[in-house]
Ligand binder design. Structure first.
Ligand code: NG6
Ligand code: CA
Length: 500
């Protein structure tokens, strides 16, 4: 072989090798996002009064995180952070939204789905949205936009906000599903519509009564937040939520099996109103809240079975998590309190949804990818806000400086290649807290110690609270006095993150 040919051959070989090494992985990605599911609500994390075999299967075949977090103690800010890679406290108006709110993610902005779209993925969202639609004055009878399709999803099948908020209809891409144009929908969060029943005026029509709030539009025997009229043919039936959105999730996978896809499957379970399908009623001794967990587990099972059936499971990265911690009474008399027994929705953590304690954001967090991720558990500190940077890294995308500003590439931790996750994390509830290693600082906050309606420990205290979670995982003993240096350092760190 001539010298020239030899060198060319070596070059070729080298470039093939480097091409191979640089070739980004493109597994399918399924992000299953439960609503209000606590750390202790699944049987692989201690639950005994409900069994979650499918979620447990994910944990057994994947990596289960013991320090995995949602970005916030409530839904909208958690979803905002997860999809944008930005802490929600940086943008005003990212609190729990009414169902007629405008879209809070600016169209054109870099998002988790737009990153994956650029990487060649087909992207879809199915289920609960709760990030606003339109520009604040949406007409539900016309094209409902901007929405998911304008921020990086190729398809969407969603409920606009939550099951307990109007409008009680599904929106597919830009259209309300099943709408009869001769019966237009109107929505108001201020004034009732004459002639329409409400929970307050017509309690005799209710099959489930509110415990606090939720006494407005009465639809399917359940009263909601906000008023609506019209759209009778399009109205959802709560008992069918899981069936409808699971069917849509399965169909998205089937339709996109030939190329890499990203499915954001955001379940309604186990948010209120908890009205599982009759086939799940009585599956647990805990009433509708427990039965909704069983139903959620069924949905997970259907997705896993679809991946198996289509022979996609091996090369699909499944992430299972929840948007915030648990709440028992979130506004309906559904026996959740009376039938709780010794079930611990937040597992070993204190507090839950709305709280500043760990139970608010330390949620189930499981990653399964059979060809890449070794089964086991990980104590690495990871957060949903990190998915943008981490999945960008996985798929060979670069995220411009300033986009996804709070998202860290923790891919090695997510794949179990490293025990190290984040160095620190800002936890977001009504005010900010900080985790650094096993330390937790809750900044001073006014307000009641317990929210009366939901019976949640808020974590509010006029004094700073410092906990050493290694010794005191239940956040019972404030050690700020004996560790003033740690408190000072963490206070400064929060200020730095806030001002960045
Ligand atoms: C609260 C609702 C609660 C739930 C929550 C949002 C009342 C009294 N309570 O305001 O039921 O809907 O908002 O939950 O209206 S989340 O999971 O979407 O953040
Ligand atoms: Ca939630």
């Amino acid at each position: 072989m001539s010298r020239f040919l030899l060198i060319s051959a070596l070059h070729l070989a080298a470039s093939v090798v480097s091409l191979g090494a640089a070739e980004p992985a493109r597994p399918n990605i399924v992000l299953i996002y439960a609503d209000d599911l606590g750390y202790g609500d699944i049987s692989c994390q201690g639950a005994t009064r409900v069994s979650t075999p499918n979620i447990d299967r994910l944990a057994k075949e994947g990596l289960r995180f013991t320090d995995g977090h949602s970005s916030s103690a409530t839904c909208t800010p958690s979803r905002f952070s997860m999809l944008t890679g930005e802490y929600a406290f940086r943008q005003k108006g990212t609190g729990v939204l009414p169902g007629d709110a405008g879209l809070i993610i600016k169209p054109g902005r870099t998002t988790l789905p737009s990153i994956l779209q650029k990487a060649g993925y087909k992207t879809g969202v199915v289920g609960k949205w709760h990030l606003g639609l339109g520009e604040g004055n949406v007409d539900w009878n016309q094209d409902v936009k901007p929405g998911p399709l304008e921020i990086g999803f190729d398809s969407s099948y969603i409920m606009a906000a939550t099951g307990d908020r109007v409008p009680c209809v599904y929106v597919k891409d830009h259209k309300v599903v099943g709408l009869d144009p001769s019966d237009p929908i109107k929505v108001s969060y201020k004034t009732p519509f004459p002639g329409e029943p409400t929970g307050k005026a017509n309690p005799e029509m209710l099959k489930m009564h509110p415990s606090h709030g939720h006494d407005m539009a009465l639809i399917n025997g359940i009263s909601r937040i906000g008023y609506m009229t019209g759209g009778k043919s399009a109205r959802w039936v709560d008992e069918d939520f899981a069936d409808v959105i699971t069917r849509e999730a399965v169909s998205f996978i089937e339709q996109n099996k030939a190329q890499p896809f990203f499915l954001f499957f955001a379940t309604h379970d186990i948010h209120v109103p908890r009205v599982p399908h009759p086939r799940f009623v009585g599956k647990t001794p805990m009433g509708p809240r427990g039965d909704a967990i069983a139903q959620l587990d069924w949905s997970v099972g259907e997705v896993l079975a679809t991946l198996d059936r289509l022979k996609l499971a091996e090369n699909t990265l499944v992430i299972f998590s929840s948007d915030n911690g648990p709440v028992v009474d979130d506004g309906y008399k559904d026996d959740a309190v009376t039938k709780l027994g010794d079930h611990k929705p937040a597992g070993p953590w204190r507090g839950g949804k709305y709280s500043r304690f760990e139970g608010a954001t330390r949620v189930p967090f499981i990653v399964r990818w059979p060809t890449k991720v070794k089964p086991g558990t990980s104590d690495a500190l990871v957060c949903q806000v990190d998915l943008s940077a981490s999945l960008a890294a996985l798929t060979g995308q670069t995220v411009a400086k300033g986009d996804a500003p709070d998202s860290l590439n923790v891919l090695p931790a997510l794949l179990g290649e490293s025990k190290e996750g984040r160095d620190h994390l800002v936890e977001h509830a009504a005010s900010l807290s900080l985790r650094k290693g096993t330390w937790k600082l809750i900044t001073p906050a006014q307000g009641p110690k317990v929210s009366k309606n939901t019976n949640t420990e808020t974590g509010a205290d006029p004094q700073a609270q410092l906990f050493d979670l290694a010794k005191d995982p239940g956040e019972t003993t404030n050690v700020a006095r004996s560790h003033p240096d740690v408190e000072l350092e963490m206070k400064a760190m929060i200020q730095k993150v806030v001002s960045e």
